[in-house]
Design a protein around this ligand. Structure first.
Ligand SMILES: [Zn+2]
Length: 70
């Protein structure tokens, strides 16, 4: 079945910082990429977006690699 958890973005969702996981409610008409994290200054990305998925995948792979390198 291709019924992967389908998130309802509701009212805009969140922008998140890829570095420190800071979250801010997404503002209508303002792309997350144009906002900066107030903590570390990194560009925010839309939670659940393609790029966010990539980031999560990378992190997963890193932690898996850690387990292997024993
Ligand atoms: Zn940050």
């Amino acid at each position: 079945m291709a019924g992967m958890a389908r998130q309802t973005m509701g009212s805009g969702g969140y922008c998140i910082c890829p570095k420190c996981d800071y979250r801010a409610p997404h503002q209508r008409g303002v792309p997350c990429q144009e906002q900066r994290c107030p903590h570390c200054g990194a560009r925010l990305m839309r939670e659940g977006s393609y790029h966010h998925q990539l980031l999560l995948e990378k992190r997963k792979q890193k932690s898996e690699r850690k387990d292997e390198g024993n």
